[in-house]
Design a protein around this ligand. Structure first.
Ligand code: DOR
Ligand code: ZN
Length: 345
């Protein structure tokens, strides 16, 4: 049995750092494990300009512990009024790595999101021309569509059309949760990839709803039924370069999740690699872990892989039920559980 595994330093291709004290509290968890991260722009107000992104990047860099090598990769929050010139200039100056579609009101801080994807087709054309990656929160928001069907419906209503119209645009279908999304990504050309979170590999929707409401298993897109979880595990551990690591680590205080209207989001950063590795181990796919965690993402984004390595060892780790954060507390993913791998460094 393999007892340690060493891989090139991985990156997190999708997470939320927030801002202020929370950001300063969560950045060290990610910087400890990952070399880079794609930082989502759904702040209040959202990060819509190159100047806002450059300032936000500076604040994040200031929160990285001394001696730790970590690079935040910034993302433009697309709106109906996105200034394509500013986006392209920001990308050329090395501020923007990607731009993100939040369908309006799909999730946390998405009220300023895009009301109709077709409105931003001129921006997508510029992004395609300039090689700027397009990250998509792929859920329709129509109230008539069942929350469990929103991702599959997004593919049919919007994504097929986007991919057909912009064959050269690099598209990341973020935090996929369904076999429909896996199939769509596999059927599409090499410009279409997807991130997969640890939670969607570990839990199905029962984990949210059985034995009482489990707010710490609630995120968006919501976990789906077991067949979908199995399809995601197969995709992640398949070795296909189309699938790569993106935790969607989304910190919310414990009291904000355990409330009459609990926030969507799972704080996956502290034990992210341990969580993913458990899945690869269970699937007998330890040899595929480095590709998913450290190689496929850089290849898709056209960035170099890291030269340094990280090591994990097989041993029992008790994950704390909660962590102190910004004068309050937060429940990490796997909080209160024991996991079978330890991040050594
Ligand atoms: O669960 C989620 N939380 N999904 C998202 O899309 C956004 C995120 C957040 O920002 O809290
Ligand atoms: Zn997210």
């Amino acid at each position: 049995m393999t007892d340690t595994i060493t891989i090139r330093r991985p990156d997190d291709w999708h997470l939320h750092f927030r801002d202020g004290d929370v950001m300063r509290g969560v950045v060290p968890y990610t910087a400890r494990q990952f070399g880079r991260a794609i930082v989502m722009p759904n702040l209040t107000p959202p990060v819509t300009t190159a100047q806002m992104a450059a300032d936000y990047r500076d604040r994040i860099v200031a929160a990285v512990p001394k001696g730790v090598d970590f690079e935040p990769l910034m993302v433009c929050y697309l709106t109906d009024d996105t200034d394509a010139d500013d986006l392209v200039r920001g990308a050329k100056e090395g501020v923007f790595t990607a731009a993100k579609l939040y369908p309006a009101n799909a999730t946390t801080n998405s009220a300023h999101g895009v009301t109709d994807v077709r409105k931003i087709y001129p921006v997508l054309q510029r992004m395609s021309d300039e090689g700027i990656v397009f990250c998509i929160h792929g859920e329709v928001t129509s109230p008539d569509i069942d929350v469990f069907d929103r991702e599959a419906e997004f593919i049919e209503r919007y994504l097929r059309d986007i991919v057909a119209n912009f064959p050269d645009l690099k598209i990341v279908f973020e935090h996929i949760t369904t076999s429909d999304a896996v199939d769509f990504v596999l059927e599409s050309g090499p410009n279409v990839g997807a991130t997969i979170t640890p939670q969607h590999l570990h839990i199905n929707r029962n984990a949210m709803l059985v034995g009482g409401i489990q707010p710490h298993n609630y995120c968006l897109p919501v976990a789906k039924r077991e067949t979908h979880r199995l399809a995601l595990r197969k995709a992640a551990t398949s070795g296909s370069p189309k699938f790569f690591l993106g935790t969607d680590s989304a910190p919310h205080f414990k009291h904000d999740k355990e409330s009459s209207c609990g926030c969507a989001g799972i704080f996956g950063a502290p034990y992210a690699l341990e969580s993913y590795l458990t899945v690869f181990d269970e699937e007998g796919a330890l040899d595929k872990f480095e590709g998913f965690a450290s190689l496929h993402g850089p290849a898709f984004y056209g960035l170099p892989v890291h030269e340094e390595t990280v090591t994990l060892e097989r041993t029992q780790v008790d994950v704390p039920e909660e962590l102190a954060l910004a004068g309050s507390s937060i429940v990490p993913w796997h909080g209160g559980q024991t996991i079978g791998w330890k991040f050594v460094g």
